[in-house]
Design a protein around this ligand. Sequence first.
Ligand SMILES: N[C@@H](CCC(=O)N[C@@H](CS)C(=O)NCC(=O)O)C(=O)O
Ligand code: FES
Length: 108
Amino acid sequence: MSNTLDNIKQQIAENPVLLYMKGDPRGPKCGFSSQTVQAVMACERPFAYVDILENPDVRAELPLFANWPTFPQLWVNGELVGGCDIVVEMYQNGELKALIHDTVPAQD
Ligand SMILES: N[C@@H](CCC(=O)N[C@@H](CS)C(=O)NCC(=O)O)C(=O)O
Ligand code: FES
């Protein structure tokens, strides 16, 4: 039997850059998720995502595990970076690109 918390932990462990969002990168279903995925995409590295609208169990349990009440949530290297406000600010000041580029080397 699959356990939601175990699934969440596995997603976070297996994906160095992971965005929990509403909708998907090509069709975000909330402005907060849209702004956040734009910032992540602008860092030009592959990333994973989970659409929490399609995964209501994750929507219910991740905020408790993360101790963060809302979506989107960006996780990098197994740690919560933050939501829309933090991610957009980090994009604007260059920290997001630096973090993601340190985490995911360029492909050639
Ligand atoms: N200030 C927040 C905005 C995000 C937010 O307020 N999200 C709400 C509305 S999309 C949310 O996730 N509510 C709980 C839910 O929908 O499960 C941030 O920086 O991420
Ligand atoms: S879905 Fe309404 S604010 Fe995000």
